[in-house]
Design a protein around this ligand. Structure first.
Ligand SMILES: [Zn+2]
Ligand SMILES: [Zn+2]
Length: 255
């Protein structure tokens, strides 16, 4: 955090986005609420789902091919993170988005510090690519929530953000109204590349990964478009028990 922001917090102390009390630190979240968040500590490094035992990767990932190497999500999509993400996306509560994105940055540092900076193993440049919204949806919402998250990660980790290559070309129906099969069809070929990459390592940034269909679709598109490899960073990962709730607007289907 830069000096100007620290000064700002001294004058106007942070207000906790979860309980509304003074946070008493340079983030809008008090220490008690931070500890109570549904942190996703023991998760499969490939798909990001909670691990039942000590399997690594999880049993499903051990026998399937995915177009991305790793997934890191800071939280399980559970209370109060689900409410905070909905406020962020649907009520333009940018403070909640900022706090959650900073916590995702902290989480990455804690569980896999090389995730965003491992340039030795990955020859090409690392780029953060936010999950794109269709222009019509972005106009309606007023902003792209994944871009907000990606821009905070870019600031923390000093990595370039690229929101120009990957675009969403199909305006898809609201996933909430669709069956699982229809959801799969809904995101097929929804993305395209405006111009090609040149062997870069891509960190695809999404707000919530539900079942993974959208990130699979985007990762395939990025690889076809010249990316060397793809990894996924998300604020939250929906636990399988909540897949059928369609509680998020993230368009996904079971991997
Ligand atoms: Zn609090
Ligand atoms: Zn897995």
């Amino acid at each position: 955090m830069n000096k100007a922001k620290q000064f700002f917090y001294r004058i106007l102390p942070g207000i906790c986005i979860a309980c509304g009390c003074r946070s008493h630190r340079t983030i809008d979240l008090c220490r008690a609420c931070e500890q109570d968040l549904p942190w996703l500590i023991n998760a499969c490094p490939r798909c990001g789902l909670p691990l039942q035992a000590t399997d690594e990767p999880c049993l499903q990932c051990a026998s399937r091919a995915l177009p991305f190497e790793q997934t890191i999500a800071a939280f399980s999509y559970a209370f109060p993170v689900d409410c905070l993400i909905q406020q962020f996306k649907n009520r333009q509560d940018l403070a909640s988005g900022r706090v959650l994105a900073r916590l995702l940055g902290q989480h990455i540092m804690r569980v896999n510090p090389g995730f965003l900076s491992d340039n030795d193993r990955h020859q090409g440049q690392t780029l953060l690519v936010p999950a794109p919204l269709h222009p019509k949806k972005q106009r309606r919402r007023g902003f792209n929530q994944s871009r907000q998250v990606a821009s905070i990660l870019a600031e923390i980790f000093k990595i370039k953000l690229d929101d120009k290559h990957l675009i969403r070309t199909r305006f898809t129906a609201d996933q909430k109204l669709l069956s699982v099969a229809a959801r799969k069809k809904n995101v097929t070929h929804a993305f395209t590349m405006r111009r090609a990459f040149n062997g870069e390592r891509i960190i695809l940034v999404d707000d919530v990964v539900t079942t993974g269909a959208t990130v699979v679709e985007m990762a395939n598109c990025l690889l076809r478009g010249g990316a060397n490899s793809v990894a996924v960073a998300a604020l939250a990962r929906t636990p399988p028990a909540r897949f059928s709730e369609n509680a998020t607007s993230t368009d996904d289907l079971p991997l």
